[in-house]
Design a protein around this ligand. Sequence first.
Ligand code: ATP
Ligand code: MN
Length: 478
Amino acid sequence: MPRIKIKEALELQPTPNINVKGWVRAFRSNRFIALNDGSYIHSIQIVLEDEKIPEEIVRKISIGAALSVKGALVESLGKGQKVEVLAEEIEVLGEANPEEVQKTILQPKKHSLEKLREQAHLRFRTNLFGAVFRIRHAMAFAIHNYFNKNGFYYLHTPIITGSDAEGAGEMFKVTNLPLENIPFNEEGKVDYSKDFFGKETNLTVSGQLEAELGAMALGQVYTFGPTFRAENSNTSRHLAEFWMIEPEVAFADLNDDMALSEDFMKYLIRYALENCKDDLAFLMQRELNEDKQKPKAQRNEMNLIERLEFIVTNDFERISYTEAIELLQRSKPYKKNKFKFPVEWGVDLASEHERFLVEKQFKKPVIIYDYPKEIKAFYMRNNDDGKTVAAMDVLFPGIGEIIGGSQREERLDVLKEKIKDFNIEEEHVWWYLDTRKFGTAPHAGFGLGFERLIMFVTGMTNIRDVIPFPRTPKNAEF
Ligand code: ATP
Ligand code: MN
């Protein structure tokens, strides 16, 4: 009898012989087992009829144990499920010592998210993390689907990079030099010529520069890979290792880029609404329960599913950086001195400003474009005003920046100037400059933080709870 997944079993009509396997979530009255195999947010109920299963087997059944159950799928008399399994035969594949289980988050009671994080190796066994990681999978799949459907090629850009010009924050060094005996050159600097690659290398902070090279031949490409930033920012929205999606499109300008980002986000969220219904319903209910414990002002104005539907059905607001500054300067919190960080033209927007615009001013996603060139990267295209670049950030409610993108500077002479202004050595980016020599063309792209997307879709408020094993300052357990 082949094993079937619990999700499928729950959809079957009654049938005399089935085999399900999974882990015990609950065991009541030595009679009712809730068995879950990860295929579904719901568990299947296994019923042990009087003396059918030998006592020495029943004794081994406890929360956390892995079982194989054979029996009849019958209509359930109890509430909460249509069908259940009358066990004919149970094999205990792996026991779980109840005393030890007591000390873990497998014990079925409410555990804090912090506690669950400390046992990240076990938290997959909870309904909450089952739902989060099934949705994470669905979103990864949807991303590839979207790009494939729209004629983008998946390009694998390197994880170890020799370019130090990406300018997106601190990098992790990659080396196999002996740290206890580092070779130095005559100038007293580390002699990287003796290192594995014969030069200084780091973990990538973005695949964009390489993706541009691909786009300038394949037309439309995207990367989807791990990204590393050694910033010491211990926030609920930053990881040291996160996943980023970076489309890059030839013959596109900033307007095309903004349109792509909006269409892409709507597709992904629609995909979740259509394909992750049960997990989203669970997460929505969980959030509603949590909200009940909170003061009114801290509760979500819309529930999770309403928030997702809202994205799909409303246009994103588009405003320039200059307009954003003016709006902020006219805002109540600004006039009442409630903002911690300064609001003036030329200064980067802080998270509190972004969230004001999205959550209070417009109450929907906002795309801010045309930022001051000093606060953005060297590769962004200079606008004719001489002050701004064709950059854009997509801001989401509850999240802040979820996407950062731009039209790229395709004019060789302008790019060379910019490289000089940013103190980047031309010889380090000669290959990047080559694309501007041989058939340069307008092009644009953006980076979407995968975990920030998952936060939005699941309603989880800490980025550590949407990646299986988070890496943050002083934390790389598991
Ligand atoms: P932020 O201002 O939020 O730190 P950023 O401007 O440094 O982000 P970009 O370099 O524009 O980020 O990267 C593109 C996207 O990658 C961001 O919009 C965000 O969704 C995501 N991202 C950036 N840094 C992190 C991080 N440390 N952890 C998780 N996601 C991140
Ligand atoms: Mn950004």
